[in-house]
Design a protein around this ligand. Structure first.
Ligand code: SF4
Length: 74
């Protein structure tokens, strides 16, 4: 079951590749030069990797929502 939802403001992505470098399990750089998550509904086990991607994003376009509380964690 998904505990968290990823929001990616793709328009603001500058394609630096940091998310794909720290969390290759869920982040890829696409042919247009911007990244995208492989999936947006993630479990507790997948949180740390995606949180590292979010904290490492230099333009803060990756956000993670706690599905239960609907609170934006980052
Ligand atoms: S770290 Fe942020 S700016 Fe860099 S590719 Fe990933 S989403 Fe885009």
């Amino acid at each position: 079951m998904a505990n968290y939802k990823i929001q990616h403001d793709r328009e603001g992505c500058i394609g630096c590749g940091a998310c794909a470098a720290v969390c290759p399990d869920n982040w890829d750089l696409k042919p247009d030069g911007k990244s995208a998550p492989k999936k947006v509904d993630i479990s507790e086990d997948e949180f740390e990797c995606n949180n590292n991607a979010a904290t490492g994003c230099p333009v803060n376009v990756i956000h993670i929502i706690d599905v239960k509380t609907k609170k934006k964690i980052i």
